[in-house]
Design a protein around this ligand. Structure first.
Ligand SMILES: NC(=O)C1=CN([C@@H]2O[C@H](COP(=O)(O)OP(=O)(O)OC[C@H]3O[C@@H](n4cnc5c(N)ncnc54)[C@H](OP(=O)(O)O)[C@@H]3O)[C@@H](O)[C@H]2O)C=CC1
Ligand SMILES: N[C@@H](CC=O)C(=O)O
Length: 426
């Protein structure tokens, strides 16, 4: 039986899961691909920390030992970050090595260029694990939605923040305690800033938008808000209104343009996304023909993510057998046209503070009326200082332009302060 030799760049949470899966699932892989997989060399920064596997693989901190090894037909990049991962992947592709990666940062920033480089060198570049960890969402969109016109992709695409929000809501853990546990469990990035600020989810929405709509949208093209500024007050108020706050990635077609955003959203408790707990992710793909479909599973963690990496490795292996490497993972490309703000419409949750003096509610109602907006629910309570009042509103549907106008009017008000404005998903 032919042996496909693999080089791993990185042996952390995901890398060690990949090594374990390759070792434990040889028999099935051999039946499916007709080949045996062998991890020959592994790159890490500190080989001394990995002595437990030193008898199974050749450990090195010198990438050239992998790039110059002609036996290696697949390089699996699981280090994370943009540099030096990008340079290593480029060098591997130029050496005609197929590449598998879970690196959403890099794919979101340089995916199209890297895909072209791979194709020019008749190599595969696959990255199923870069979005939603263990959920096989990219290959599903590329293959199973090849003909249907996708109108929206929305969901929970960051496991760390969903874990934090779940623990804060259900166990009443502090934000810091929940984040620390997510790090300990290997869900968070080595620097969790991108998780909590929404950037990790934004990278994933860039990749999802490329697959769903063919558009090469960049993170700088859309608004990204994380959970790092989320107030416990709003989490509790959302619950009172029958909602749960989730960090939602949203990409939708609106009147021919594409709208993308990552932000906390109030999700109705009856909505399927509200039930997604802990590090699990869920992606709802809406197609014109098929309607709503929902893909659910672990969005982070060693073995779930390793399963997606193995799905790529076995696909590359089958292509090696058939000598068909070099086709792009996603070959749907079209020009990105942003949606007009008037074409994107949602109800909003608005949280405001105001002095506890007469006339404030009248002022707020007047602003809403001037903008042609109205509210369906409202709650008011004195703030803890006894001098200000806190008002929360669920509006009827407003468009993005009305929301921006509302924010501008509140900024001009000497007494009203907008604390939070979140979309509502019913
Ligand atoms: N963790 C998860 O649940 C998921 C992660 N991903 C993605 O998978 C990738 C890997 O994540 P994860 O396994 O969590 O990361 P870890 O931080 O757990 O592991 C990183 C590994 O890469 C090595 N490494 C990092 N930088 C270098 C470098 N410059 N040169 C050589 N080796 C290096 C580290 O070696 P050393 O220890 O010696 O520094 C370590 O072995 C990332 O792109 C991440 O975004 C995707 C989906 C889910
Ligand atoms: N840090 C990421 C890991 C998977 O992509 C997350 O929490 O989702």
């Amino acid at each position: 039986m032919k042996t496909i030799q693999i080089g791993l760049l990185g042996l952390g949470t995901v890398g060690s899961g990949v090594l374990q899966m390759i070792q434990e699932n040889q028999a099935k892989v051999a039946k499916v691909t007709g080949c045996e997989l062998k991890v020959k060399r592994v790159l890490v920064r500190h080989p001394e920390n990995y002595q437990a596997v030193a008898d199974q693989v050749a450990l090195t901190s010198d990438v050239d030992e992998l790039l110059n090894d002609d036996d290696l037909q697949i390089i699996v990049e699981l280090m994370g970050g943009i540099h030096p991962a990008q340079e290593y992947i480029e060098a591997a592709l130029k050496q005609h090595k197929n590449v598998v990666t879970a690196n959403k940062d890099l794919i979101a920033v340089a995916g199209p260029q890297l895909s072209q480089l791979a194709q020019a060198n008749h190599c595969d570049l696959m990255y199923e694990a870069s979005v939603a960890g263990g959920i096989p969402i990219l290959r599903t969109i590329a293959n199973s939605f090849a003909a249907d016109e996708i109108t929206a992709v929305k969901g929970i695409v960051n496991g760390t923040t969903n874990y934090i929000l779940t623990q804060m809501t259900q166990q009443h853990w502090s934000y810091a305690q929940a984040l620390s546990k997510a790090q300990e469990l290997g869900f968070a990035e080595s620097d969790p800033t991108n998780d909590v600020t929404g950037k990790d989810a934004a990278y994933k929405m860039v990749i999802l938008s490329q697959f769903a709509f063919g558009t090469d949208v960049q993170t700088s093209d859309f608004k990204v808000t994380g959970i790092d500024q989320l107030q416990a007050f709003d989490v509790a108020k959302a619950q009172d209104f029958g909602y749960v706050i989730k960090l939602i990635g949203l990409a939708q077609v609106a009147n021919g343009g594409v709208f993308v955003e990552v932000a906390p959203v109030l999700v109705a408790q009856s909505h399927p996304l509200a039930a997604v707990q802990n590090e699990n992710n869920a992606v709802m793909v809406t197609g014109k023909a098929v309607g709503d479909t929902l893909f659910y599973g672990p969005g982070a963690g060693g073995l779930p993510t390793a399963n997606s990496v193995l799905s790529d490795i076995t696909t590359v292996t089958k292509n090696l057998v058939l000598q068909t490497n070099g086709n792009q993972f996603n070959n749907y490309h079209q020009h990105y046209v942003p949606a007009a703000p008037t074409d994107v419409k949602y109800p909003y949750y608005l949280s405001l503070t105001m002095p506890d003096i007469p006339g404030q509610m009248l002022q707020l109602t007047q602003i809403m009326t001037d903008l042609g907006a109205s509210f369906s629910e409202i709650a008011q309570e004195p703030a803890s200082d006894g001098e200000t009042a806190h008002v929360v509103i669920i509006t009827h549907t407003m468009d993005e332009q009305q929301l921006h106008a509302f924010q501008a009017r509140i900024e001009q008000s000497p007494t009203l302060t907008l604390q939070a404005a979140y979309k509502v998903l019913n």
